[in-house]
Ligand binder design. Sequence first.
Ligand SMILES: [Zn+2]
Length: 235
Amino acid sequence: MNNKTVLVLAAHPDDVEILAAGTLSRLRKIGFEIFLGHMTFGDKGGIQDPALLSATRKEEAESSAALIGAKVVGRLCGDLELYNNDTFVEQVFEIIKEVKPDVILTHRTNDYHPDHRITGELVLRVVREKSFNTSVWFMDAIGGIDFIPTKYVDITRERELKDKMILCHESQMAWMSQARNTNMVYMAQSLDRWRGLQSGFKYAEGFMSLDGIEEDWFGSLLDAINLSHLTNKKG
Ligand SMILES: [Zn+2]
């Protein structure tokens, strides 16, 4: 067990669940404190009144977070109102100062959605401009597009929990079905099966170390987590 802290800085409520919920559950089991940071309100993920949808999505995010004992932070602005500027750099810096994470998970800066890209850019600016000594790793991209993991985490035993966390986002389950003909649980299962195929697990989540920097203690820890499944049948 350890007393480390992981902060996920993602764009919208539900990104974290789709891309990293299984790994976060495993980190929680070995004693990590978990903070889920959503940059935006998620207020444009539907046709409802943005203020009402924002409130709904806050509740959904908190219900999901509760399933792994995580706290929700962030919620800085409306969807598509996030910019790579000094104001948001300072706001992200405030979150990091408050949480004091040992590792940050965020979006890669070539992601498909502008809010995802800007979230990643803001995190990198804070870490570089503020001389933060924090490990930074990238989560997978939605659909795995243009993302080649350098590390995989076996989440086979977290499948049920991960699906439950995604299902907490009822408004998005409905909206994605209606607007994109997509079932979010199936979408996540498909990505996890694909990453599993690449790594020899039934279901896996993929991560990438910070570009140009070798894998660090967190990469070693993810290796150890995978090994623990081989030696501990209840792990
Ligand atoms: Zn998103």
